[in-house]
Design a protein around this ligand. Sequence first.
Ligand SMILES: CC(C)(COP(=O)(O)OP(=O)(O)OC[C@H]1O[C@@H](n2cnc3c(N)ncnc32)[C@H](O)[C@@H]1OP(=O)(O)O)[C@@H](O)C(=O)NCCC(=O)NCCS
Length: 198
Amino acid sequence: MPQAATDRIFDRSGEPYGAPLNANLSATWILAGHDTSGTAMSIPREISICTRQDYNQILDELHEFWGARDTRHLHHPFLIHEFGNSAFVIRNGGEVVAYLFGFLSQTEPVGYVHTVAVRMSARRRGLAQQLFGHFVEFARRHGCKQVKAITTPSNLESIAFHKSLGMQLLGDPTSDGIPVVPDYAGRGAHRVVFWKAI
Ligand SMILES: CC(C)(COP(=O)(O)OP(=O)(O)OC[C@H]1O[C@@H](n2cnc3c(N)ncnc32)[C@H](O)[C@@H]1OP(=O)(O)O)[C@@H](O)C(=O)NCCC(=O)NCCS
């Protein structure tokens, strides 16, 4: 199992994918966002490696990240066992509030974000963006030149999120204007494929 490790990084800055790791160790907690009552909330900005305990909690509480969608199949344990050094979480106390599971391609210099999710109660506070930036730095350190992700054409919030990162959409636009790569995930399973040079 990988050792638990932490890289602290800044809140959203001019750099779209975050500041260099360990740039300012005092910037561990930063005020960001509001809860539904409008009260300012303190969101942890510390990114850690996903432990087995975190992983179990994520699986136990998948509905808090994904709603009614059954995405258990997206959470294969190899993501923390064999690719555990690119499985990241943000915790609030003992609770995982956001996670990103990624890995590096063995066939091209590409970092692939397999899944990223944020608890519904912690959305729109930049947590996914921050995790993405952290993964991009990881990928860069390992020689990657691009970062890639995919999503289903119906996942409009995911499309909006990835577009906000400046990612390009591959493929040709469908009638509803969203570019998709036909059959990307198997026959009849079209996917939105995002790509960005890093
Ligand atoms: C997609 C998801 C990970 C985004 O997480 P998040 O922490 O809320 O996203 P961020 O706060 O980092 O958003 C960054 C930017 O992305 C865009 N964005 C994110 N969610 C959006 C939404 N629902 N609608 C429109 N734009 C959105 C915005 O431009 C946002 O910046 P802003 O808040 O300043 O306007 C989250 O909605 C989620 O967990 N969804 C369910 C799981 C999922 O579908 N994951 C993606 C496929 S693997």
